[in-house]
Design a protein around this ligand. Structure first.
Ligand SMILES: Cc1ncc(COP(=O)(O)O)c(C=O)c1O
Length: 386
């Protein structure tokens, strides 16, 4: 880091806008340009002008995003990928060799589960499922070759909460690493590295991008050796974020703090409405005092996030009907955009977990509460619930 950067204020909102975002040296452009380029002229063989030789290895727009990502999580290295799953794949192939074992949560994102069960397992990596909200269950799942404990907190779609600091202690005692998928919280709400985690994983498709217009992923670490190994694999495997996608994520991040504040406020109001509704049998939202992870969430998160799941009377068909009836809440997969989304996890995002230990209840509905007027959102839900 330059001396100039070290003098800057370190508050999250400031870093989100400025970290890695030096005005363009040639033109003074305040927004980092989209370097839509594959290769760079060399001044003689090996004479790189700005350190760039080929955009799979590095690209200035991606570098700006990666520096920003590292700063936001207090890490030493950020890496940007073509999707969240590409980031996960790169991480797993960097950390693991055949015969190694990973503990994964019993309520992970369906695509993460599919990556373990259908892809990584074929390469001889072992995995087992544990309730990561219960440290004893995680301890019991450890094996001699456990190399990582994987945690999603809050989890998708059940909004389970796991204690990052406690799990980091368990992982380190066992000589393993703690990986935290921080997609639901974003670095604004939760800082896993500061709590002891070794790797932070993002689908930047979600809150980081924030506008449902880009698919991307990221890893952040604070260990230089691991950072170098990941960068080697990122280049060797090649699933990098392209310049325009990197730019979109960077642009989204600039407003992350203000968006998250509104997401959280709106979600709290939505949860309140659902708790009081006679057709709703259970509301899963860590901001509710009755949520089993409420105290841990209050300890490790700035606020409780914009995701709310709930179960309804009348089973799967009733849940599907509600998803089909909302107007403002758009029926669609994904989450974390400015617009509110509704989905049926069992038939949509988590269909790949059907029949496994990660199968989700059929009567479950998941909401990604956007930043529209909360009154309009509450009216839409009230109408759809009937
Ligand atoms: C918690 C979580 N992690 C990872 C992913 C995968 O990210 P992507 O869809 O960008 O590959 C998702 C996608 O929904 C997710 O919700």
């Amino acid at each position: 880091m330059s001396d100039q950067r070290e003098e800057r204020p370190q508050h999250f909102e400031t870093l989100a806008i400025h970290a890695g975002q030096e005005p363009d040296q040639t033109t003074g452009a305040v927004a980092v340009p989209i370097y839509q380029v594959s290769t760079y002229k060399q001044d003689g063989v090996g004479g790189l002008r700005g350190g760039y030789e080929y955009s799979r290895s590095a690209n200035p727009t991606r570098t700006a995003l990666e520096e920003n990502l590292a700063a936001l999580d207090g890490g030493s290295r950020g890496l940007a990928f073509a999707s969240g799953l590409a980031a996960e794949d790169c991480l797993l192939r960097t950390l693991l060799t055949p015969g190694d074992h990973v503990v994964i949560p019993d309520d992970a994102y369906g695509g993460t589960f599919r990556l373990f069960a259908k892809v990584v397992e074929r390469w001889g990596v072992e995995w087992s499922v544990a309730d990561t909200s219960d440290p004893q269950a995680v301890r019991a799942a450890l094996r001699p070759r456990t190399k990582a404990i994987w945690v999603e907190t809050p989890s998708n779609p059940l909004l389970g909460i796991s204690d990052i600091a406690v799990l980091a202690g368990i992982a380190h005692e066992a000589g393993a690493r703690l990986v935290v998928d921080n997609t639901f919280a974003s670095p604004y709400l939760q800082q896993p590295l500061a709590l002891g985690a070794d790797v932070v994983v993002y689908s930047t498709t979600k809150y980081m991008g924030g506008h449902s217009d880009v698919v991307g992923g990221a890893l952040v670490v604070n260990d230089d050796t691991l950072g170098d190994e990941l960068a080697f694999h990122q280049n060797a495997m090649g699933a990098i974020a392209g310049p325009f996608d990197a730019w979109l994520v960077m642009r989204g991040i600039k407003t992350l703090a203000v968006r998250m504040d509104r997401h959280c406020a709106n979600a709290a109001r939505v949860a309140e409405l659902l708790v009081a509704h006679p057709k709703v049998t259970r509301v899963l939202y860590p901001g509710l005092p009755e949520h089993p992870g409420h105290e841990i969430a209050a300890k490790q998160m700035r606020s409780f996030g914009g995701m709310v799941s709930f179960q309804v009377a009348g089973g799967e068909q009733a849940a599907v009907d509600i998803c089909n009836r909302t107007e403002l809440f758009t029926l669609g997969e994904s989450l974390g955009g400015v617009e509110s989304l509704i989905e049926h996890p069992g038939r949509m995002t988590h269909a790949s977990a059907a029949g496994s230990a990660l199968e989700v209840p059929g009567d479950l509905v998941r909401l990604s509460v956007g930043i529209e007027s909360v009154d309009d959102l509450l009216a839409d839900l009230t109408r759809a619930l009937g």
